[in-house]
Ligand binder design. Structure first.
Ligand SMILES: Cc1ncc(COP(=O)(O)O)c(C=O)c1O
Length: 462
C-alpha cells in the first residue's frame, strides 16, 4: 500500500474507530497498527513488515495459528447451509456437535454448555447460572461473588466487578463501581508467591492465600455467597501459577460452604498451559468452567459457560439470552479448530516447546532488571524490577515494559507489556526455532532498555 494511502487509513482509523483501552495520545503519536494478513505464527502489517506473533493475536486467542483454510472452509459451508439460529429453544447440529466435544474434553461431569459471544458474557452467565442453581435449591439468598485481587474476568459490568484490581484495570473498575451493586463482590489474595501479600514463603505459608478466600467468605456471610471465581493460572495479572495444593484447598473450602467454584479458562483453555485446561494441572473439577478465545482460535466470536450435569439439570429455565448465542458459523469454526488442535497434538506441542522456551527465558535472569520468569506450557511472563535483588517494581510512568515491547516490535516480535511484566503467549503451533528467536529478540530489547535505565539513574544521580 502506498505510504500516503496508509497514512490516510491510519488517520481514518484514529478518527472513526473507538479503540479498546488504547490511549488516544499513543494512537496519535504511533498510529494504530494496521494488520493485513497472517500465516502460521507470522503476521504482516499494511507496511508489508513481518512479525513473529508471540501473543496469539495480542490477547491469547489464535491458538491454531493464522491461515487455516480448514476453519475458513467450515465457516463458509455453514454460512451457505444455515447462517443463523435463534437461541430460544432452537439450535443447529454443529452446535450440538460442539457441546458434545466440550463435554468430552472437559474434566469430570462438566457437560452442559451455555453458548454466548465473549469471555465477559460467559463469566456473567456463570455468575447467573450459580445464582439460578442456588435458587433451585431453595437458597435464592446466595448472590455474593468472591474473586481474587489482580484477577481479570472481563469488561462488562458484572464481569468487571469480579475483576480484582490489576495494573491498568483500576480505572475500569471505577467505571463499574457506580453501576453494579459492588457490595455483592469481595476479593481475596492471589496466589502470587513472588509478591506474597503476607510476605510468606511456600510451603511454610501453609497456603495462607487460599485461607484468605475462606476469610472473604466468612466476612461476606457464608450463607450469602454464591460462587468463587478464579483463573487457574492468572493471565492478565502476569501468568501467576498457584503453588501445589492451592486449587484443591479452594475446592475444599467451596464444598464446605456449599459455594460453587467457577474456573475462568478464557486464557488457559484449549492447551495454552500444556494441558487441555488449566485445572487439569491441579486435578480439580470446578462446578462451572468458562471458555472463549481459544475455543475458535479467534476465527469467530464465541464463548461458553460449561456447567456440571447436576447444575444444568436443576435449573428449570435459565434467564439469559444473547441473539448470537450458539451461532452456527462460530460453532463450525470451533469444531474445525478443535479438530486441528487434536489432530496436530498442539496441546503436547505447547508443553514441549513451552518447556524449552521457559528454559531459555530463565537465561534472561542474568539481566538485573529481570526479577522473575514464570511459565506453564506456552504461557509465560518476564517480570521487570529495578533490581532483581530488591524486587522493587519500576514506577508505572517509566513504562519500562512498554519500552521492551516497543523495541521488540521494531525487531519484528509481538509481545505484550502489562503492569511491569512482559507477557508471552504464542500460538500452540510455535516451533523450537520460533521460541529461540523470541528469546533472542527479548534479550536484545532488555539489554537496550537496561542501558537506558542505568544511564537515567546515573544522570539523575539516584
Ligand atoms: C481470564 C479472562 N477472563 C475473561 C476475559 C474476557 O473475555 P472477553 O474479552 O472475550 O470478553 C478475558 C479477556 O482477556 C480474560 O483474560
Amino acid at each position: 500500500m502506498a505510504s500516503g494511502d496508509l497514512d490516510q487509513l491510519r488517520q481514518e482509523a484514529v478518527d472513526k474507530i473507538i479503540f479498546h483501552a488504547t490511549p488516544k495520545a499513543w494512537l496519535e503519536q504511533a498510529g494504530p497498527w494496521i494488520l493485513k494478513r497472517g500465516e502460521g505464527a507470522l503476521l504482516y502489517d499494511a507496511d508489508g513488515r513481518e512479525y513473529l506473533d508471540a501473543l496469539s493475536g495480542g490477547v491469547f486467542a489464535v491458538l491454531a495459528g493464522y491461515g487455516r483454510d480448514e476453519v475458513a472452509d467450515a465457516m463458509y459451508e455453514q454460512a451457505r447451509q444455515l447462517p443463523y439460529t435463534s437461541p430460544y429453544g432452537t439450535t443447529s447440529a454443529v452446535a450440538v456437535e460442539l457441546a458434545n466435544k466440550l463435554a468430552e474434553l472437559t474434566p469430570g461431569d462438566l457437560s452442559a454448555s451455555f453458548f454466548c459471544n465473549s469471555g465477559s458474557e460467559a463469566i456473567e452467565a456463570a455468575i447467573k447460572l450459580s445464582y439460578h442453581y442456588h435458587q433451585a435449591n431453595g437458597e435464592g439468598h446466595r448472590y455474593k461473588v468472591v474473586s481474587l485481587r489482580r484477577g481479570y474476568h472481563g469488561a462488562t459490568m458484572g464481569a468487571l466487578s469480579a475483576t480484582g484490581w490489576s495494573p491498568g484495570f483500576g480505572l475500569f473498575r471505577r467505571v463499574a463501581d457506580p453501576v453494579v451493586p459492588v457490595a455483592g463482590y469481595t476479593t481475596a489474595m492471589p496466589p502470587y508467591c513472588y509478591r506474597c501479600e503476607l510476605g510468606l514463603n511456600h510451603p511454610s505459608c501453609a497456603l495462607a492465600c487460599a485461607t484468605t478466600i475462606e476469610q472473604a467468605i466468612m466476612g461476606s456471610d457464608p450463607e450469602l455467597v454464591s460462587c468463587v471465581i478464579l483463573e487457574p493460572v492468572m493471565g492478565t495479572a502476569g501468568c501467576i501459577i498457584p503453588p501445589p495444593g492451592y486449587l484443591a484447598k479452594v475446592r475444599n473450602i467451596c464444598d464446605r460452604y456449599g459455594i460453587l467454584l467457577i474456573s475462568d479458562e478464557v486464557v488457559c483453555g484449549f492447551g495454552r498451559t500444556g494441558k487441555w485446561f488449566g485445572v487439569n494441572h491441579f486435578d480439580v473439577v470446578p462446578d462451572i468452567m468458562v471458555v472463549a478465545k481459544g475455543l475458535t482460535s479467534g476465527y469467530a466470536p464465541m464463548a461458553a459457560s460449561i456447567a456440571k450435569r447436576e447444575i444444568a439439570a436443576k435449573i428449570p429455565v435459565f434467564f439469559d439470552v444473547h441473539t448470537y448465542g450458539g451461532h452456527p458459523i462460530s460453532a463450525a469454526a470451533a469444531v474445525a479448530n478443535i479438530k486441528i488442535i487434536e489432530r496436530e497434538n498442539l496441546v503436547d506441542n505447547a508443553l514441549t516447546v513451552g518447556t524449552h522456551m521457559i528454559d531459555l527465558l530463565n537465561g534472561l535472569r542474568r539481566h538485573p532488571i529481570v526479577g522473575d520468569v514464570r511459565g506453564l506450557g506456552l504461557f509465560m511472563a518476564v517480570e521487570l524490577t529495578q533490581h532483581c535483588n530488591t524486587r522493587e517494581a519500576f514506577p508505572p510512568e517509566m513504562g519500562v515494559d512498554n519500552q521492551v515491547a516497543a523495541i521488540a516490535r521494531d525487531m519484528g516480535l509481538f509481545v505484550r507489556p502489562l503492569g511491569g511484566t512482559v507477557l508471552l503467549a504464542p500460538p500452540l503451533i510455535f516451533t523450537p526455532a520460533q521460541a529461540e528467536r523470541t528469546v533472542e529478540v527479548l534479550d536484545a530489547a532488555l539489554t537496550q532498555v537496561e542501558e537506558r535505565v542505568l544511564a537515567d539513574v546515573e544522570s539523575t544521580g539516584s
